[in-house]
Design a protein around this ligand. Structure first.
Ligand code: SAM
Length: 227
């Protein structure tokens, strides 16, 4: 399968069944146990990153590109803290929901939400963030995405991804033997060493890192800073 097909499939998913599923996971209404676990794990990732950025004490006026912003789970609190958010997503449904949530939170022009494939983003931002998006792409494509995002980052790029570890590979295999009833997109894990090599090749060095593991949610987060 080539890159265009992967993107088309992911976009179509997040404009249809994926939108319904993830909007609920990233909300506060009733969900099933697995979704509740994923909601808690994802919130932990978001909270860890908010903690890092707030600890720096310079959020006010900082330009942040949230690439693959989903429904704005990170963008909205960052905008409330005074950062200037450029939030985009390949799915117009996710972007629409993000816009609605921002307005409901009392935010009007910040974040600016737009529909875009992250590889089509241009401009330059103090910080570029891409949370839980790379899981949708195979390694080659994910590494190209990281290079593009790094080219937009003046100071820092924060990424999260499902790490390729023995346990996760095993769980995925078991999942493939016993596929669940709900159709999702393929999930790709990435080797941390490969990602760090690409980041370093772009002139970025790892500053902070974190791992969130719940029963059904695994996300490794790296903050890479320009030296
Ligand atoms: N980053 C958000 C968060 O952590 O709340 C959303 C994570 S969600 C699992 C993945 C998101 O990535 C979806 O909203 C999806 O539409 C978006 N996405 C997938 N491929 C993308 C691409 N090539 N460019 C931009 N967004 C993409």
């Amino acid at each position: 399968m080539n890159g265009t097909d992967d993107k088309t499939e992911v976009r179509d998913y997040f404009n249809a069944t994926g939108f319904d599923r993830w909007r609920r996971i990233y909300g506060d209404g009733d969900v099933n146990k697995v979704q509740l676990d994923i909601r808690a794990g994802h919130q932990q990732t978001v909270d860890t990153l908010l903690g890092w950025l707030r600890a720096d004490g310079n959020l006010s006026g900082l330009t942040i590109c949230d690439a693959g912003c989903g429904v704005g789970s990170l963008s909205i609190p960052l905008a409330q803290d005074g950062a200037i958010l450029f939030s985009s997503d390949i799915s117009e449904k996710m972007v629409g929901e993000g816009r609605e949530r921002a307005v409901a939170a009392g935010l009007r022009d910040n974040p600016t939400f737009s529909v875009s494939d992250l590889e089509e983003l241009t401009g330059s931002y103090h910080t570029v963030v891409c949370l839980d998006v790379l899981i949708h792409y195979p390694s080659d494509q994910a590494m190209d995405m990281i290079k593009h995002l790094a080219s937009l980052a003046e100071h820092r790029l924060v990424l999260s991804f499902a790490p390729k570890t023995f346990l996760l590979t095993l769980l995925k295999k078991v999942g493939e033997f016993f596929p669940g009833p709900s159709k999702t997109t393929r999930a790709y894990q990435h080797r941390e060493a490969d990602i760090i090599r690409v980041l370093e090749g772009c002139g970025l060095m790892i500053e902070r890192s974190a791992m969130t593991s719940t029963r059904f949610y695994f996300s490794r987060m790296l903050e890479a800073v320009r030296k």
